[in-house]
Design a binder for this molecule. Structure first.
Ligand SMILES: Cc1cc2nc3c(=O)[nH]c(=O)nc-3n(C[C@H](O)[C@H](O)[C@H](O)COP(=O)(O)OP(=O)(O)OC[C@H]3O[C@@H](n4cnc5c(N)ncnc54)[C@H](O)[C@@H]3O)c2cc1C
Length: 332
C-alpha cells in the first residue's frame, strides 16, 4: 500500500516518531485487555484504535455471556469500560491506524497516518471481520434479527424460525447449536452440496428441526424494527420467493485483519496469525491475541484472555531483553 506520509499540519511522519515499549494494534476486547495488563506492569502501552473503536462487539446490543454482568451489558458499554479501565492505569489510546509495518528488526517500525512508532514489543489485536452478504436490509437489521454468532445470540431466538446462510463447517456446527433453542432452521446454501465434513452433514440432516434450501441465495432481508422475512433467488432456475422468518444467521466466513503482516509473520491459510500457546508469533517480540490469531472461539472472553496472556508475555520479553539475555533466553 502506498503511504501518504504527510499529516494535516504538513509535517512528515518522521517528525512524529515515537518510541514505545508496547504498541497494541486494535481496540477490541483483546487490545484493551492487553493494554490493561501492560499498563499495570508500568509499560505505558499505546493502543491504536484502528477504524472501529471497540472492535466488533461494540456493534452488538446485548452481551449476555461475558462473566460479571448477570443482567447482560451492551457491547458498546462493555468495551467503553474496558477502555476506561486500561486508561486508569496509564494506557494511551490513539485514534489512528497502522498502515505499514517493518518487523525485520527491533524496535519494530509501525507507520500510521500521522506517526512512526518504534516499538520494543508489538501486540497485534487487529481482530477479524465477519463476511457479509452485502444485500439490502442486512446492515440495517444487524442486531435486530441478523446475527453472525450463534453462541452469542441463539438465546434470543427461543422457539423462533430462523435461516442460516452458509455451507461450511461453521454454518452446520452453528446450526446444531441453534437447534437447541429455535423452533426451526432453514439452511440456505448457494450450491447443491455442502463443504462441511460428511459426519457433520449426517448429524445435521437427521436433526428434525433443520431443513435445507439449496442452489439459493438471499437477495434481501426484510423488516422494520426486526427481521420479518427474506427474499430468495434460486441460482439455477432464477425463481424468486419470499419466506417469513424471525432471524437470519450468516456464516459465510471470517477474514482476519492481518494483510499488513503478509510476508513478515507466519500465517495459516486463511490469514490467521500463527502463535504458540504463549501468544508468540514467528517474530520474537511480536505477539498476537484475539480473532486475528483465532479461527476457533471468536468470543469476547477468549479474545480478552488472549490479550492478557500476550501482555504478560510481552512484559517477560522486555525483562529478558533489559538484562541483555541472548535471543534463545528470550524464548526460554
Ligand atoms: C454483531 C456481533 C455480535 C457479537 N456478540 C458477541 C457476544 O454477545 N458475545 C461474545 O463473546 N462475542 C460476541 N461477538 C464476537 C466478539 O465481538 C469478538 O470475538 C471480539 O470482538 C474479538 O475481539 P478482538 O479484540 O480480537 O477483535 P475485534 O473486536 O475484531 O477488534 C479489532 C480491532 O482492531 C482494530 N484494527 C484493525 N486493523 C487495525 C490496524 N491496521 N491498526 C490498528 N487497529 C486496527 C479495529 O479497529 C478494532 O478496534 C460478536 C460479534 C459480532 C460481529
Amino acid at each position: 500500500m502506498e503511504l501518504n506520509l504527510s499529516n494535516f499540519s504538513g509535517q512528515t511522519a518522521e517528525e512524529h516518531e515515537k518510541h514505545v515499549k508496547v504498541l497494541i494494534l486494535g481496540s477490541g476486547p483483546a487490545g484493551f485487555t492487553a493494554a490493561l495488563y501492560a499498563a499495570r506492569a508500568d509499560l505505558e502501552p499505546v493502543v491504536l484504535t484502528g477504524m472501529e473503536l471497540g472492535g466488533q462487539v461494540s456493534l452488538t446490543y446485548a452481551v449476555d455471556n461475558y462473566p460479571g454482568f448477570p443482567e447482560g451489558i451492551s457491547g458498546a458499554e462493555l468495551v467503553e469500560r474496558f477502555q476506561k479501565q486500561a486508561e486508569r492505569f496509564g494506557a494511551k489510546v490513539e485514534f489512528d491506524t497502522a498502515t505499514q509495518v517493518d518487523l525485520s528488526k527491533r524496535p519494530f517500525k509501525v507507520q500510521t497516518y500521522g506517526t512512526t512508532y518504534l516499538a520494543d514489543t508489538l501486540i497485534i489485536a487487529s481482530g477479524a471481520t465477519a463476511r457479509h452478504l452485502e444485500i439490502p436490509g442486512e446492515k440495517e437489521l444487524t442486531g435486530r434479527g441478523v446475527s453472525y454468532c450463534a453462541t452469542c445470540d441463539a438465546y434470543f431466538f427461543k422457539e423462533k424460525n430462523v435461516i442460516v446462510v452458509g455451507g461450511g463447517d461453521s454454518a452446520l456446527e452453528e446450526s446444531l447449536f441453534l437447534a437447541r433453542f429455535v423452533k426451526s432452521i432453514t439452511i440456505v446454501h448457494r450450491r447443491d452440496e455442502f463443504r462441511a465434513g460428511a459426519i457433520l452433514q449426517d448429524t445435521v440432516r437427521t436433526n428434525p428441526k433443520i431443513k435445507f434450501i439449496l442452489n439459493t441465495v438471499l437477495t434481501e432481508i426484510i423488516g422494520k424494527e426486526a427481521v420479518t422475512a427474506v427474499n430468495m433467488k434460486n441460482v439455477v432456475t432464477g425463481e424468486e420467493s419470499q419466506m417469513p422468518v424471525d432471524g437470519v444467521f450468516v456464516f459465510v466466513g471470517h477474514t482476519p485483519n492481518t494483510q499488513l503482516f503478509e510476508g513478515q509473520l507466519e500465517m495459516e491459510s486463511g490469514g490467521y496469525l500463527v502463535t504458540d500457546k504463549l501468544m508468540r508469533t514467528s517474530v520474537p517480540g511480536v505477539f498476537a491475541a484475539g480473532e486475528a490469531a483465532d479461527p476457533h472461539y471468536r468470543q469476547v472472553i477468549t479474545s480478552a484472555g488472549m490479550g492478557a496472556a500476550a501482555a504478560l508475555r510481552a512484559n517477560q520479553f522486555l525483562e529478558h531483553a533489559s538484562r541483555n539475555e541472548k535471543e534463545e533466553a528470550l524464548y526460554a
